[in-house]
Design a protein. Structure first.
Length: 200
């Protein structure tokens, strides 16, 4: 299973977004400065292509995807009917690793991806080990009994943080009640520029 294993702070600084899904005072101060010893000197106007590329890279970094995975998602949405930007958000948000993260079962998408890959996530009572699995409305997501007994997971399950409008969670189980819409989530990238990048 291909995944990025390099330094995440570097990507966060390059894209100007916190992809670590946790508060970091040192990172917050440095997000405005690109990585590298000459980062402060690199500010310059981007071309139209450069802007499209940057938005695409930012979306990939946020959801922890590689180029081939992200390109496949965009190609899939081009076969569907509807507004492309809305469909892109919908497909990204209904990935199994993202749903596990959004339900509060993991503190980051990277951690959620690991849970899925190790077989600790059940969809409709059946083990699914594919992070890119597209969750469908009314699918019930639960963690394996072994994981539910882990102290760190028990702490996560006690927390009653806000759940997005397209999800519902009761104790150890969560469910996708409808497909996500653009207004359900705040994303730090421009979906239109991403669609234009892949339409070249």
């Amino acid at each position: 299973m291909a995944r990025y294993t390099g330094p995440k702070h570097r990507i966060a600084r390059r894209e100007g977004i916190n992809i670590l899904d946790k508060e970091s005072r040192s990172l917050s101060r440095r997000l405005t400065v690109p990585p590298g010893m000459h980062g402060k000197k690199r500010k310059r106007a981007l071309s139209e292509f450069g802007q499209q590329l940057r938005e695409k890279q930012r979306a990939k970094a946020m959801y922890g995807l590689l180029e081939k995975q992200f390109k496949n998602i965009v190609q899939n949405l081009q076969k569907k009917k509807g507004e492309s930007g809305e469909l892109l958000i919908s497909l990204l948000e209904t990935r199994l690793d993202n749903i596990v993260y959004r339900l509060g079962f993991a503190k980051s998408r990277f951690q959620a991806r690991q849970y899925v890959g190790h077989g600790h996530v059940l969809v409709g009572g059946k083990k699914v080990t594919i992070p890119s699995y597209q969750v469908k409305p009314d699918d019930e997501i639960t963690l394996s009994q072994k994981m539910q007994n882990e102290p760190i997971i028990m702490e996560f399950l006690k927390e009653n943080g806000p759940i997005l409008g397209y999800l519902t969670r009761e104790k150890n189980a969560g469910k996708l009640i409808r497909m996500p819409k653009r207004g359900d989530v705040e994303v730090p990238f421009n979906t239109q520029l991403i669609i234009e990048y892949y339409s070249r």
